[in-house]
Design a protein around this ligand. Structure first.
Ligand code: NAD
Length: 261
């Protein structure tokens, strides 16, 4: 499959799943705009590495996904720098683990802003560009937590359920314009977000880290292992292909069977 000539923006692509998706899209020939937090020298290294292996242009936007003005500007800059925008992957996300009656209000606001509202802002700005082109692919990185809940994750689960709803609405609105909109709902993927969460969950639920791994993560993922970033990235690449033109408004589980029961 080739994505040569396609222009992609992946939010939160300086780490984990977003970085894996960005690499996979570039490997198929897409031009890229990366986004995310991190040290400038590290980000420059990532840009260079992707450019060298794929030979495609790689831009970067430092836009903060908690800031609607910066998000709008990022979409316009991406379209200007690459001459259009064909693929939008809403991936940036954070986590915070706490019982609901102790959940810090500022953490709730931050998670809703970055994990949910940011996707509304990228989408509302990108859709007119894609409509004009008559082709577009929007992929929202949701979570198994878009379908089921876990204790101590009120904001994250609320935001991810919201992403599933947003995906469906925008899919209906954009279907006549050659645009597909889908969510990917991974279980636990081996990334810095999950590694950090093991310690936080152990603290919040009074468990050891070994118990969290065995009783919280491996217990729900029936494959008995964490998912690899490359598995999620390959699904994203497929959703960008012409073969996936009729897949829209879907929430694609990739969770080792977690949400099957
Ligand atoms: P990660 O921590 O490795 O990466 C998160 C990315 O988001 C980083 O590039 C970070 O810089 C960026 N980011 C965070 N706050 C930002 C902000 N305010 N502005 C711009 N960028 C910001 O995490 P990950 O595990 O790769 O998670 C990526 C996405 O996948 C998230 O939406 C997460 O909810 C989702 N997800 C992860 C898992 C998992 O098990 N790792 C499972 C399901 C869903």
């Amino acid at each position: 499959m080739s994505l040569t000539g396609k222009r992609a923006l992946v939010t939160g692509s300086t780490s984990g799943i977003g970085l894996g998706i960005a690499r996979a899209l570039a490997d198929q020939g897409a031009s890229l705009m990366l986004n995310g937090l991190g040290e400038q020298s590290v980000i420059e290294g990532i840009r260079q590495e992707i450019r060298d292996r794929s030979g495609t242009p790689v831009h970067f936007s430092p836009a903060n996904m908690a800031n609607p003005g910066e998000i709008e500007q990022m979409i316009q800059q991406a379209a200007e720098a690459m001459g259009g925008l064909d693929i939008l992957v809403n991936n940036a996300g954070i986590q915070f683990v706490s019982p609901v009656d102790e959940f810090p209000v500022e953490k709730w606001d931050q998670i809703i802003a970055i994990n949910l509202s940011a996707s509304f802002h990228t989408i509302r700005t990108a859709v007119p560009i894609m409509k004009q082109q008559g082709w577009g692919r929007i992929i929202n990185i949701a979570s198994a937590h878009a379908l089921v809940a876990s204790p101590c994750k009120a904001a994250y689960v609320a935001a991810k359920h919201g992403i599933a709803g947003l995906t469906k609405v925008v899919a209906l609105e954009t279907a006549p314009h050659g645009i597909t909109v889908n969510a990917i709902a991974p279980g636990y993927v081996e990334t810095p977000l999950v590694t950090g969460q093991i310690a936080d969950t152990a603290r919040a639920r009074g468990m050891s880290e070994e118990e969290v791994l065995k009783d919280v993560i491996q217990a729900v993922q029936h494959t008995g292992r964490l998912i690899e970033v490359s598995e999620v990235a390959e699904l994203a690449v497929f959703l960008c292909s012409d073969a996936a033109a009729s897949i829209t408004g879907s929430v694609q589980s990739i969770d080792g069977g977690w949400t099957a029961c």
